[in-house]
Design a protein around this ligand. Structure first.
Ligand code: GLN
Length: 308
């Protein structure tokens, strides 16, 4: 079992210093125009521990668009509220394809490979709509409850921008509907999906919000959202599918369950110990933050916290 060093702030400073060279490299996501104006030179890193510490360096209090990181919380809620029914409609295998690819979905008759590619997350949102009536509201309530703060929410400009440039996601939704894998009107599912992706949070907030995954399913107030087995399984899917078609490389370099988003954030879980969230907007070709992966790789090395 890895142990975090006594002086966590010093460790985070060291990670930051040693990965500073990659900050600003890569390309800020611009297929969602509202994200294109985010400065590429930002870098934030935060760690929240299961024993209640929270530390950060750099821009760790600045809010950014969480994008696909929201998929983790949607999945956790759906499994927690509705059990394993979801798995009849979505798989658990890495896709090896870009997160918004249509090709595989056609070959596999409208069943998305996993819940962390866009098609899979649309199925999760559809199910959460049937179960709660308000998926984005349910995700926000979970996030706010776990952080203990309701000062963050959906960035309406990003949500609008996503909707205005969301034809590919709409195509995924309608395609799955044609295969009988959507229960609700696609435009409503898309609206919730876009707003969920457009939630803006800081590294510190995201690290705190995800601690239930390091605690194997137990929320801040000690209620259980997930069984231990369910939490383990979400961590497993993060490890195998959390970084799109670079999930293998992420496991190879970092060795932790992680979920990235095209806003430049990556959330990682060290089971039983802590969560780590990093943000830097410059992305590689697969849509993962270049400095973010570098920082998590260094963090895992210095702390010996890889699960392998
Ligand atoms: N909102 C983005 C999309 O639907 C999320 C993608 C991502 O972060 N990978 O394309």
């Amino acid at each position: 079992m890895p142990r975090l060093p006594e002086d966590l702030p010093e460790l985070l400073e060291r990670v930051r210093a040693e990965t500073a060279g990659s900050v600003g490299t890569g390309k800020v996501a611009d297929y969602i125009p509202a994200l294109a104006s985010v400065p590429a030179d930002r870098f934030g890193l935060a760690v929240a521990t299961v024993d209640g510490q929270l530390h950060g360096v750099g821009d760790w209090r600045e809010r950014f668009s969480i994008q696909s990181i929201s998929k983790v919380f949607g999945l956790a809620l759906t499994l927690g509220l509705d059990g394993d029914r979801l798995w009849q409609r979505v798989g658990r295998e890495p896709s090896g394809d870009p997160f918004n690819s249509l090709v595989q979905l056609e070959l596999e008759h409208g069943i998305p490979r996993n819940p962390f590619i866009n098609a899979g997350a649309l199925v999760v949102t559809d199910r959460l709509l049937s179960v709660t009536g308000d998926p984005v509201g349910a995700v926000l309530a979970l996030l706010r409850g776990e952080v203990g703060d309701d000062g963050f929410g959906v960035d309406p400009l990003v949500a609008e921008s996503e909707a205005a440039h969301g034809d590919l996601n709409a195509a995924l939704g309608y395609f799955m509907s044609a295969h009988g894998n959507m229960d609700n009107p696609i435009r409503i599912v898309l609206d919730h999906y876009f707003r969920q992706c457009a939630i803006a949070m800081s590294c510190g907030e995201l690290a705190q919000a995800a601690l239930f995954l390091a605690r194997h399913g137990t929320l801040r107030d000690e209620r259980r959202l997930l069984s231990e087995v369910q939490a383990k399984r979400i961590n497993a899917i993060m490890l195998t599918c959390g970084a799109y078609d670079a999930a293998g490389e992420f496991a190879y370099r970092v060795g932790l369950p992680g979920k990235s988003g095209v806003g430049g954030g990556i959330l990682a879980v060290v089971p039983r110990l802590c969560t780590v969230c990093v943000w830097s907007p410059g992305l590689d070709d697969q849509g993962n933050s270049i400095a973010g992966v570098a920082a998590l790789e260094r963090f895992a090395q210095l702390t010996g916290s890889s699960v392998f």
